[in-house]
Design a protein around this ligand. Structure first.
Ligand code: FES
Length: 140
């Protein structure tokens, strides 16, 4: 039997974290290949429905990352994202989702090294949790 490799969906803000991912790539830093990055203009546009849809369609983990508080290019988008994700983490367990599978971080454009660390750590945590039960239910 092959070793479990989680599928992780990452919503990265165009201005900070996506730029950091670009920097990590051009600096030849390695990060897990199984993280699918979706570029958004701001974490404030990550509708909770996108996160739920990612889980329902097979993601084992979802990572949302954007500009540090005070640095959002749309003034308060990251504060909105923080409130939404906090609420989502309270609601998700009631529907069988493990809240540890969802993470919000702030990673600045010049933090390529930090980004690679976060991605490796998160992928390791999701791998340790095992396959998402939601995905298993959909397969059965
Ligand atoms: S522009 Fe980056 S989080 Fe809003």
């Amino acid at each position: 039997m092959s070793e479990f490799e989680p599928t992780i969906v990452a919503f990265f803000c165009n201005w900070c974290t996506y730029t950091a991912a670009d920097l990590a790539g051009t600096s030849r830093l390695s990060y897990p290949h199984n993280i699918r990055i979706i570029r958004v203009m701001c974490t404030g546009m990550v509708d909770p429905q996108y996160i739920i849809k990612a889980f329902l369609e097979g993601a084992d983990g979802v990572l949302v990352s954007g500009c540090r508080p005070g640095d959002c290019h749309y003034i308060n988008g990251n504060y909105k994202a923080r409130r939404r994700i906090k609420l989502l983490k309270e609601i998700l367990p009631q529907f069988g989702f493990d809240q540890q599978r969802l993470r919000l971080t702030w990673i600045g454009a010049s933090d390529g090294i930090h980004l690679a660390e976060i991605m490796r750590t998160f992928a390791g945590q999701i791998k340790a949790l095992g396959p998402s039960q939601t995905k298993l239910k959909m397969v059965i």
